[in-house]
Design a binder for this molecule. Structure first.
Ligand code: PAF
Length: 283
């Protein structure tokens, strides 16, 4: 496996690969890789000749009071996960190469970013779409894979790629969970043992709402009250949002159906976690 650290070298590599008729898959990450990332990589490997994983903790998607400095980083560990998952190239640029002096161009998706994490984290999605647009331009993949745990991020990136006529297929992959239901996330590393237990309230609330829906409950007010109660009972859990939305438009709804998204953002101690499910689906 090769590690490429500069934009110029990455572009030259991809240009050459494409000239030789090779297809490229990209898995964009911020590192501290876990099985969720590995599942994207394994799928990427099936879909293209060359698998590139980018590792870049993107400063423009963090707010001034957020965890950019504390975000876990461990390239050696990431290298092992990437090798095991079949990655051919790790692209790990420096911030000064991605955002050189004078940088002033941003990509922003307007409507889809007004809700959920877009409302709680102003500027976050502008940073995400900007860096993903740059990564797509640099790596020039035929396909790029993202996890559905960041459901809104996936919707926003799909919209950007469509609206900007980007010549890339965007693939969403199922959430990967720990055996006890906790959605895998690099930020789980922040949780102490008690917080780790408390964090299970997210997946528990989702599973309970889904079971109620299966038993015929469609009123969002009732389902939401149950979700709020389950999370509210947990010491140290603070709800940022617990929203029921149309999974296509992300608009709020009052009557649930099989395609309804439940999106949660909950702070456990000081760690902000997100999770979601589609009511009529299994994961
Ligand atoms: O989901 C992430 O890890 C990041 O938001 C992404 C897509 C790699 C952009 O920095």
């Amino acid at each position: 496996m090769r590690i490429i650290e500069t934009v110029v070298e990455m572009q030259a590599f991809s240009r050459e690969a494409r000239k030789n008729g090779k297809t490229i898959a990209l898995v964009p990450t911020m590192g501290y890789l876990h099985e969720g990332h590995a599942s994207l990589m394994v799928e990427g490997k099936k879909r293209a000749d060359i698998l590139v994983a980018s590792i870049f903790v993107n400063p423009t998607q963090f707010g001034p009071t957020e965890d950019f400095d504390a975000y876990p980083r461990d390239l050696e560990r990431d290298r092992n996960v990437a090798v095991a998952a079949g990655v051919d190239v790790i692209f790990a640029p420096k911030a000064s190469d991605m955002y050189p002096r004078g940088f002033q161009t941003f990509v922003a998706v307007e409507e889809l970013t007004r809700h959920l994490c877009g409302a709680s984290r102003p500027g976050h999605f502008r940073g995400v779409t900007t860096v993903v647009a740059k990564l797509l331009n640099i790596v020039m993949p035929h396909v790029a894979l993202f996890g559905k745990k960041d459901f809104q991020q996936l919707a926003v990136i799909r919209r950007m790629a469509g609206d900007m006529n980007m010549d890339v297929e965007i693939v969403g992959m199922p959430i990967v969970r720990e055996a006890d239901g906790l959605a895998m996330s690099s930020r789980n590393a922040y949780l102490g043992p008690e917080e780790r237990k408390s964090a299970l309230c997210l997946s528990r609330a989702l599973a309970t709402a889904r079971a109620l829906f299966r038993d015929g409950e469609c009123r969002v007010a009732t389902l939401r009250e149950k979700v709020l109660r389950i999370i509210g009972e947990v010491p140290g859990a603070t709800i940022d949002y617990a929203d029921f939305r149309d999974s296509e438009t992300l608009e709020a709804i009052e009557t649930a159906n099989g395609q309804t998204l439940i999106a949660l953002a909950v702070t456990i101690g000081t760690t902000r976690l997100i999770d979601n499910c589609i009511l009529g689906e299994e994961n």
